[in-house]
Design a protein around this ligand. Structure first.
Ligand SMILES: [Zn+2]
Length: 198
């Protein structure tokens, strides 16, 4: 299926510890099975990306590449096989696999050469996303809040369930803090528990 989008502006990680390059990238001519083109409205940035940019996650074998794994946008086009979202849907873009097909990763070009990208990237105006990395949400959802569902909030739920081991019905305050500390895992999430909140 021919892609409706031929080019997009993108922030590209070319060299670690250097500013991202903002440039135009070329889309592949065809949209593959299970792929979805999304116009990205909001993108978050989390520690995982900062670690990649700053080199704290070690040497990057995939340079140059695109970035971003939490965002919110609108579906522009769906590839063959896609049935969980349709054109016009508002979607949250998330790094964790959800419902739908896991497609091939997109084959973008930049200055005539391969530009690496994963199943989801959000630092680009238009992105090819694997169906299982985008999920339909109500059209009136706040886009900024929705973006956080792509990583920060889900990672926070992981902390609550796996680290804090809270049970259903327990009341707690939940803070998300994002910063530039040096760490080598994904999002930095700090939770604060309160025993007597009403
Ligand atoms: Zn993240």
């Amino acid at each position: 299926m021919k892609s409706k989008i031929t080019k997009s502006r993108a922030a590209i990680l070319v060299s670690q510890n250097m500013p991202l390059e903002i440039d135009i990238i070329d889309f592949p001519e065809k949209l593959e099975f299970g792929q979805v083109i999304v116009k990205v409205e909001v993108s978050g940035i989390c520690g995982s990306q900062i670690g990649e940019i700053d080199g704290h996650k070690g040497q990057d074998k995939f340079l140059p590449h695109l970035l971003g794994h939490e965002g919110c946008g609108r579906v522009i086009q769906i590839g063959e096989g896609v049935n969980t979202v349709k054109e016009g849907d508002k979607v949250v873009l998330h790094w964790k696999a959800g419902a739908g097909i896991q497609s091939n990763t997109p084959k973008y070009l930049w200055r005539g050469k391969t530009l690496n990208a994963g199943w989801i990237t959000t630092f680009n105006d238009y992105a090819i996303i694997s169906e299982n990395r985008c999920t339909k949400i109500p059209i009136d959802t706040d886009s900024t809040v929705a973006s956080l569902m792509g990583c920060a909030i889900t990672t926070g739920f992981g902390v609550i369930e796996n680290n804090a081991k809270l049970k259903m019905g327990i009341c707690c305050d939940f803070w998300i803090r994002r910063n530039r500390l040096k760490y080598d895992t994904s999002c930095k999430v700090i939770i604060c528990l309160a025993n007597n909140c009403s």
